[in-house]
Design a protein around this ligand. Sequence first.
Ligand SMILES: C[S@@+](CC[C@H](N)C(=O)[O-])C[C@H]1O[C@@H](n2cnc3c(N)ncnc32)[C@H](O)[C@@H]1O
Length: 309
Amino acid sequence: MPSPAAITRIRDWSTLPTKWSRGLKRRARSIWRNSFEYDAQEFEQLATRFARQCLAVGVLADPSRQHRWIVTLRTLGFHIEADTLAARWQASVTSMAVEQLAELDALHARLQRVLQRVASLFERDEQSLPKCIDAHDARWLAVRNWTRPISSTARIADLGCGSGRFLRALHDECATWRLIGIDLARTMMMNPPPGVAMATGGLLCLPFADESLDAVFSVEALEHALRPRVAVDEMLRVLRPGGRLLIIDKHRGWQARCEHEPWERWFELPEVAGWLAPYAQVERCELLPADGGEVPDELFCLWTAVKHG
Ligand SMILES: C[S@@+](CC[C@H](N)C(=O)[O-])C[C@H]1O[C@@H](n2cnc3c(N)ncnc32)[C@H](O)[C@@H]1O
């Protein structure tokens, strides 16, 4: 087994030697997890510091560096800051103290490490995500029920769609829906289910115009979004007035008892409802019951809402 330091540098877990026992792989994974430097709150602070300092330092005489920072700001959902920096960049070029530059570069590198690490988990785990959803699964029953009022020509996006198992089942329900899956992991995009378009994209910077979708939903992706509140704002941005939204994610009450990635943030019901409420009528805000299958009692929260007209 390689040294712990080497393990923390592993990006693609599919390259682990197949001859390793399950115990060895589990140990390597635990070293990888424990070497993660931030929880979601610390990450938010780091990202906010980066965004603030990007604005504080003025404009660089180094367009490629500045371009990288703008891309990172957008990836992290700092859209106003990215626009401001881009506009300033076009307006004039000033200088910046060497120490400030070094500090920003260091912050940027730390953020990039986190982003790569989150992305690498799903690139690597692509094969392990199930391709279908059980017909009795409480999450699927909630999604199916939520689609009842949605018109047969609606444009519906699954955000953080994984293998697209919910979209596959939705296509079977109504073949005329225009279904789109968005996921961070490029490997997920390789085998889209029939009747489904898929594209790479992040929850904090969705590749859709304002108000361009009739319905959006997201199942177990918000917990990985790093800035979940911003992800919810993005969902509301791309939804048209009167459009429908559904989120299913894990309940914070379970987090300490369950294995999870260090950056994951699980939720309280009122928390996400509070993020939605200024912009949408929250219709359901509840815990999902056990379904006799994969879903234990009250592990998952469900929120549905209709965006204000
Ligand atoms: C637990 S899986 C759930 C997949 C799918 N919703 C399902 O239930 O089958 C989480 C998914 O969210 C995606 N994801 C994580 N962070 C994301 C982000 N910031 N933007 C878009 N997708 C993300 C991952 O690549 C992964 O496919």
